[in-house]
Design a protein around this ligand. Structure first.
Ligand code: TYD
Length: 207
């Protein structure tokens, strides 16, 4: 039996990593074999690329291509083999992040991202796409406050200004509208407990 591919998305500070970790534990407790992973990253090479992507200034198209290069490695080494073995792959970010950050945030043409997506994930019925995507949606000012409260050094994306994150947020919401069958938009301003109740309800009904 093929596994399930679930992705977690949202602007920086929306809390998606907390909910991602919770989901991994929830599914494991239910007895599923779960691969917990993230992007950019998820493989030794991908984690090296992540280090560069989060710290080095670079041309926008270089940035997009490196995101997809790391993704290709992630798919070939981790995601596809796990799904073929019937495991659940739960990833903290995937391609929707490229459409939101490089597309919405930085303004890269959607057609270029679509070409990279088709190259890296395939096309038609054989294309790799998540079965379910949770989008944690939050007011940009609140997300920025949460990030500050975490007291970590801001990476290259987290240093961006409010209007960048407004565009990222909007691009995510546009993606959710374009792919309503796989997206579930979660109000990330709700309490952590109420979000987990909702996530449990969704995951049990959809998968
Ligand atoms: P993030 O999940 O926020 O890591 P952390 O929680 O450890 O800070 O991901 C790192 C950054 O990478 C985030 O700011 C969004 C960015 N990103 C892109 O710009 N495009 C992509 O395709 C992906 C996967 C991530």
């Amino acid at each position: 039996m093929a596994g399930r591919f679930i992705t977690f998305e949202g602007i920086d500070g929306a809390g998606k990593s907390t909910h991602h970790a919770w989901m991994v534990e929830f599914l494991r407790a239910k007895g599923h074999a779960v691969v917990s992973t993230r992007e950019p990253g998820g493989t030794p090479l991908g984690e090296k690329l992540r280090g560069l992507l989060l710290s080095e200034a670079m041309d926008l198209e270089t940035e997009a291509m490196l995101m997809f290069a790391a993704r290709r490695e992630h798919i070939v080494q981790i995601i596809s083999p796990a799904l073929a073995a019937g495991k659940w792959v739960v990833s903290d970010r995937f391609t929707d992040a490229s459409f939101a950050y490089q597309g919405g945030g930085r303004g890269l043409a959607r057609s270029k991202l679509q070409q990279l997506e088709a190259w890296v994930q395939g096309t038609g019925t054989g294309a790799l796409q998540p079965d379910l995507t949770f989008l944690f949606d939050l007011d940009v000012a609140i997300a920025a406050k949460r990030l500050q409260g975490m007291g970590q050094v801001a990476d290259r994306f987290e240093q961006e200004k409010t209007d960048f994150f407004e565009r990222v947020r909007q691009a995510y919401l546009d993606r959710a509208k374009d792919f309503p069958e796989r997206f579930r938009v979660i109000d990330a301003g709700s309490s952590v407990d109420s979000i987990h109740v909702l996530l449990e309800k969704i995951i049990t009904s959809v998968c």
